[in-house]
Design a protein around this ligand. Structure first.
Ligand code: PMM
Length: 267
C-alpha cells in the first residue's frame, strides 16, 4: 500500500530559547501522534516553503529540526528531514534521519548532492524552479506534465553523477512549487508518466491552495483535509510510493477504503 508521510513543521511561534524548547517538545509529541495514527514515516521541516516565504538562517533551521529528529528517530521511527540545505541534511542524518526531502532537488544549495552522497540516506528530488519569494514568475510551461518529468530526470542525472545510487532517489512533482492552480491538476493527471520512470514517487498535495480553489475558495482545514484524502487515493491508484499529508487519519481511512474496494470480496 502507498505509504503515509506525516508532516511535522517546527516553523511557528516563538524563537526564544524557552519557546524553542517547548516548540520542540510539541513537535515531537505531534510526530508521535501522527505515527500512532498510522504514518509510516514523519517529515520534519524547519523552513517554510509557502509562496512568498522568506528564508530562515541555517542555524535556526538546525536548532528547530535536530532535537525533534533525534527524539523521533530515537523511538525507532522512520524520519525524513525537509530541507534545501546541505549542512542541515548532513546534521539531520547524523541525528537519525534516513531520508532527505529536498523540495529544490539540489538546485537551492550546490553542496546538497555531494552531502547526500556522503550518507546512506534516501533522497527526495522535488520539481523546483526557484525560491518561494518569486516562484510564480517561473510558472511558464508548454506541456507542464512532460516538462516536470524531463526536468526531474536532469536532476536525477546530476544526483547519480554526484554518487547517489539510483535506487535511493525518490521523485516528487512539486505540487504548488512554481505551478499555478490548473498546472497542478495537469501534473497530477500525468502522474503515471512520472511513475513510469521507475523511481519511487512521492506526492504532496496536503492542504494546498489549488485544492481549496477546486472545492470553492476559502476552504478551511477540515475541507482541505477531506480533499487531500481524495488525492491520496488517486495518487495511490496512479502508483505513488507515498503521500505527504498533515492529517494522517483522514488519508489512512481513505486509503483503507480504496484498498477494500479494490480487493472485492478479499478486501
Ligand atoms: N510541500 C511542502 C513542503 N515540503 N516536500 C515534498 N517532498 N513535497 C511537497 O509537496 C512539499 C514538501 C509545502 O507544504 P507545507 O508548508 O504545508 O508543509
Amino acid at each position: 500500500m502507498t505509504l503515509l508521510m506525516g508532516v511535522v513543521n517546527t516553523t511557528s511561534d516563538s524563537f526564544s530559547d524557552g519557546g524553542r524548547y517547548l516548540e520542540a517538545g510539541a513537535a515531537v509529541a505531534h510526530g508521535r501522534r501522527l505515527l500512532a495514527a498510522g504514518a509510516d514515516l514523519v517529515d520534519v521541516g524547519g523552513e517554510s516553503t509557502r509562496p512568498g516565504a522568506e528564508r530562515v538562517p541555517a542555524d535556526l533551521e538546525k536548532a528547530r529540526v535536530l532535537p525533534v529528529i533525534a527524539a523521533l528517530a530515537g523511538d525507532g521511527s522512520l524520519v525524513s528531514v525537509d530541507t534545501m540545505r546541505a549542512s542541515v541534511a548532513t546534521a539531520a542524518v547524523a541525528a537519525g534521519a534516513r531520508l532527505v526531502n529536498d523540495v529544490a532537488g539540489g538546485l537551492a544549495d550546490p553542496a546538497m548532492l555531494d552531502a547526500v552522497a556522503a550518507t546512506a540516506a534516501d533522497y527526495v528530488i522535488g520539481h523546483w524552479r526557484g525560491h518561494s519569494a518569486d516562484m510564480y514568475a517561473r510558472a511558464d510551461y508548454g506541456d507542464v506534465g512532460s516538462e516536470v518529468v524531463e526536468e526531474l530526470l536532469v536532476r536525477v542525472d546530476a544526483a547519480i553523477a554526484s554518487g547517489i545510487p539510483r535506487e535511493r532517489i525518490v521523485l516528487d512533482p512539486g505540487i504548488g512549487f512554481g505551478k499555478r492552480g490548473a498546472q497542478n491538476w495537469a501534473v497530477l493527471h500525468d502522474l503515471p508518466a512520472l511513475v513510469a520512470t521507475g523511481h519511487r514517487v512521492l506526492v504532496g498535495t496536503s492542504r494546498k491552495g489549488f485544492l481549496a480553489e477546486a472545492i470553492g475558495g476559502e476552504a478551511g482545514e477540515a475541507r482541505r483535509d477531506l480533499a487531500t484524502a481524495v488525492t491520496s487515493v488517486l495518487a495511490a491508484q496512479a502508483g505513488a510510493w507515498a503521500v505527504r499529508v498533515h492529517d494522517v487519519s483522514a488519508s489512512r481511512d481513505a486509503l483503507r477504503v480504496a484498498t477494500a474496494w479494490q480487493g472485492g470480496a478479499d478486501g
